[in-house]
Design a protein. Structure first.
Lengths: 114, 114
């Protein structure tokens, strides 16, 4: 069975500083990995995904994520945080063989202070 | 994002009453999903559909049923609502053409069972 761990319930960062939201995964075979963001009272919005190829994936709103197979991690990063980045972030995984459902982590709340 | 709408957006109901939530998508996506979101649990899959009249159970399917009579509509029914089903419900869809497809989410339905 596949699983995702987001070890931090909340991440606090000052505006202008770099941010990292951590995600580790467990899956049979190779993974497809996704990051979504949820703003208050909204649905989930797709940020980026890793399918294959370059381990550094660039996505929406200046976010990027680094796939590390040996550490089974897919951390979300941004060089300079904005107050408007404050939201709930979800990591998700599924195996790359066949078609199966996504498994989500429990989410990490990112709070960016002015 | 994909044209996914959910109705109603908010509902308050009594324990023991039946409730039906509707998900409608205009993208002709083959796959559709129902999730529930609860604090500390992230998103958990309730049921999904891989075509008209083709559905399968997810992680937390007890107490829920689904139906898909048309490609664009996916209904979630709580036959006899309980307080433990108070949650925010999200629908998602994906083309299903390839396993790398991205799921897109609706805006959510906030359900309160008194």
């Amino acid at each position: 069975a596949q699983s995702v761990a987001q070890p931090e319930d909340q991440v606090n960062v000052a505006e202008g500083n770099p941010l990292t939201v951590k995600c580790t995964y467990s899956v049979s075979g190779n993974p497809y990995l996704f990051w979504y963001v949820q703003y208050p009272n909204r649905g989930l919005q797709f940020l980026l995904k890793y399918i294959t190829g370059d381990n550094l994936v660039k996505g929406s709103y200046g976010f990027e994520a680094e796939f590390n197979k040996s550490q089974t991690s897919f951390h979300l990063k941004k060089p300079s945080a904005l107050v408007s980045d404050s939201a709930l972030y979800f990591c998700a995984v599924r195996p790359n063989s066949g078609y199966s459902t996504l498994t989500f982590g429990k989410g990490t709340m990112l709070l960016v202070s002015p | 994002d994909a044209g996914i709408t959910q109705s109603p957006r908010h509902k308050v109901t009594e324990t023991g009453t039946p409730v039906t939530l509707r998900c409608h998508q205009t993208e002709n996506h083959r796959y559709m999903y129902w999730y529930r979101q609860d604090p500390g649990h992230g998103l958990r899959l309730i049921h999904y559909s891989y075509g008209v009249k083709d559905t399968d159970k997810g992680e937390v399917s007890d107490g829920y049923s689904v139906s898909r009579s048309k490609t664009e509509d996916f209904l979630l029914t709580l036959e006899s609502a309980t307080s433990s089903q108070t949650s925010v419900y999200f629908c998602a869809s994906v083309t299903g053409d390839t396993s790398t497809d991205t799921q897109y989410f609706g805006p959510g339905t906030r359900l309160t069972v008194l």
